[in-house]
Design a protein around this ligand. Structure first.
Ligand SMILES: Cc1cc2nc3c(=O)[nH]c(=O)nc-3n(C[C@H](O)[C@H](O)[C@H](O)COP(=O)(O)O)c2cc1C
Length: 323
């Protein structure tokens, strides 16, 4: 037991991170039933683009109810405060209404550290796990001051859209640990037991993993995307600009390789080609979209269940703290 397991009411301090298109009630429940905390991400459990804020929120309601039917353990939902993406504001508000109505307990809030939003969410009674998209000491302190319960420190090694500052997990975790008193979780490139142990050695009290859980039996990712992760190693990956700060790190297929060659200012013109993770990751069309993963894919060698992943990665934590 530690502060993270206490706050979240879970057995092991490991969170399955939210990932657009590649989470579902089945994945989230599998992680939570295995003692971690699963998190529903945007478009969780769905195969088509939502038709506006209401439809998106109602889809989330369906997935929350499905998750509750599959587990009685705590799980979280990803929430982007309006300040991060002003255009998505109506989505955020419709989503928040559903989150309250469905009595979701834990929000995984990702974006800029915004005191007003944080205070509002805490005032509504949510437990808040906060991850600053582009992590800074100032942002961590601001989130702590506004009431965040847990901070996630993100290294440039991560899958999905990276921080725009290329600071690795080894540096950013102790940097944030030194800045705040609330517990910190580490994320970015952690895919095996050594990474988990290193995170604890750096002062983190838990780990927050995306890529490792894509390559799980219960993940909704297409089998092509899962095998693509197993087949490729770190040296195969390419970086491409996101068009809004930061980078995507992707396996080497044609759309990713083409975008990799573009300069910053040219990215917007191909954004529609690389921007939708659904194409490669959910539909399995690897050449037409991007399969974005962390620099730690080197150590993912097979597709296993979430329970096997958690038991393997947390083995030393369990030995030290539980048995
Ligand atoms: C395919 C993919 C999609 C992602 N989409 C989101 C998202 O929608 N919301 C979010 O907060 N983070 C998103 N992320 C970031 C993850 O939540 C997490 O920070 C990251 O995966 C951690 O690094 P790791 O992949 O090295 O474990 C995504 C990551 C991946 C790999």
């Amino acid at each position: 037991m530690n502060r993270i397991t206490d706050i979240l009411g879970i057995k092991y301090p490991i969170i399955q991170a939210p990932m657009s298109w590649v989470t579902s009630a089945e994945l989230v429940a599998a992680v939570s039933n295995a003692g971690g905390m699963g998190t529903l991400g945007p478009n969780a459990g769905h195969h088509t683009v939502a038709n506006g804020p209401e439809d998106s929120a109602e889809r989330l309601r369906t997935e929350i109810r499905k998750t509750k039917a599959l587990t009685d353990k705590p799980f979280g939902v990803n929430y982007f405060p309006p300040a991060v993406d002003a255009g998505a504001n109506p989505y955020g508000e419709a989503q928040l209404k559903v989150l309250m109505e469905e009595e979701v307990q834990v929000l995984v809030v990702v974006g800029e550290a915004n005191e007003k939003d944080m205070k509002r969410l805490k005032g509504l009674g949510f437990t808040v796990v906060f991850r600053e998209l582009h992590p800074t000491v100032m942002g961590a302190k601001k989130a702590e001051g506004a009431g965040a319960d847990i901070i996630v420190a993100t290294g440039f090694d991560e899958g999905g859209s990276t921080p725009d500052i290329p600071v690795g997990t080894m540096t950013v975790v102790p940097m944030i640990v030194d800045a705040v008193k609330i517990p910190v979780m580490a994320t970015g490139g952690i895919t095996d037991k050594r990474g988990v142990n290193a995170a604890f050695a750096l002062g983190a009290e838990g780990v927050y993993l995306g890529t490792r859980f894509i390559a799980s039996v219960e993940s909704p990712a297409h089998e092509n995307a899962k095998q693509d992760i197993v087949k490729h190693g770190t040296e195969d990956l390419v970086l491409l600009r996101t068009g809004y700060g930061g980078y995507w790190r992707a396996t080497p297929h044609s759309a990713a390789l083409e975008a990799h060659k573009l300069k910053d200012h040219e990215v917007d013109s191909t954004y529609s080609r690389i921007g939708n993770l659904k194409t490669a990751m959910l539909d399995g069309q690897l050449e037409e979209g991007i399969n974005t993963v962390s620099s730690g894919i080197q150590f993912i060698q097979e597709i296993t269940t979430c329970e096997e992943i958690i038991n393997e990665l947390m083995a030393d934590y369990i030995l030290k703290n539980i048995q």
